[in-house]
Write a protein that binds this ligand. Structure first.
Ligand SMILES: [Zn+2]
Length: 93
C-alpha cells in the first residue's frame, strides 16, 4: 500500500480544480469563492450575505456552476428582496 492511501482527500473546486477551504455547495458542484466571485452580483452577495447566497441557490434551483454564472440580476431580484437584506446593487448596464 502506498502512503497515498492514507491521504485525506482534499476538497477541490469543480470549476477551477484548485483545492480550497472555502467551497460552497452550488447544486451538485462544490465551488470556491473565487469562481463564484466571477459573477458580479452573486459574488457580492456571497461576500457580504452568505445566508442570502444559500437562499438564492435554493430558490432559483441552481443545479451547477454553469447555471449560477448565467443567473441574471433581475432573476435574483424576483425571488429576493435584496434591499430588505441590506444589499444594494447598481442597475445593470
Ligand atoms: Zn474555483
Amino acid at each position: 500500500m502506498s502512503w497515498k492511501a492514507y491521504e485525506i482527500p482534499k476538497m477541490k473546486c469543480e470549476n477551477c480544480k484548485k483545492e480550497s477551504q472555502w467551497l460552497e455547495i452550488v447544486g451538485s458542484d462544490f465551488i470556491c469563492h473565487r469562481c463564484i466571485g466571477k459573477h458580479r452580483v452573486i459574488g457580492l452577495i456571497l461576500r457580504t450575505h452568505m445566508d442570502t447566497f444559500n437562499f438564492l441557490v435554493r430558490k432559483l434551483k441552481i443545479k451547477n456552476y454553469e447555471e449560477l454564472i448565467q443567473v441574471r440580476q433581475e432573476e435574483i431580484e424576483k425571488v429576493a428582496d435584496l434591499k430588505k437584506h441590506g444589499i444594494f446593487l447598481k442597475k445593470e448596464e
